[in-house]
Design a protein around this ligand. Structure first.
Ligand SMILES: [Zn+2]
Length: 100
């Protein structure tokens, strides 16, 4: 379903579904920020209070974890959001008068 790291292909190669109708835009990034931020900040606080390490230890621990958790979660979350929008038939908002 992807044509690049995060770019959606135009259509599903199996059924021809048009992915443009289910593009979640920046939605996955929001969830990645919330999940990875909660994980990394929580662990950093625990490590700081339990071990009181020098700052370079934080850099060595958290920079790779930030990169792995954000880059690792983006694609799966985008796939999940596309699937959820397809499943729930998400579409642009319409005013009631448009439906008459
Ligand atoms: Zn398909």
């Amino acid at each position: 379903m992807f044509s690049g790291f995060l770019d959606l292909a135009k259509r599903c190669s199996v059924c021809g579904f048009d992915y443009r109708s289910a593009d979640p835009g920046d939605g996955p990034a929001v969830f990645v920020i919330l999940i990875a931020g909660f994980l990394v900040v929580g662990l950093a606080v625990v490590v700081e209070f339990v071990f009181r390490p020098p700052y370079w230890v934080h850099a060595v621990l958290w920079i790779p974890l930030v990169l792995a958790s954000t880059l690792g979660l983006l694609r799966p979350l985008k796939g999940i959001l596309v699937a959820l929008q397809f499943h729930h038939k998400a579409a642009q908002g319409k005013l009631d008068r448009d439906q008459r």
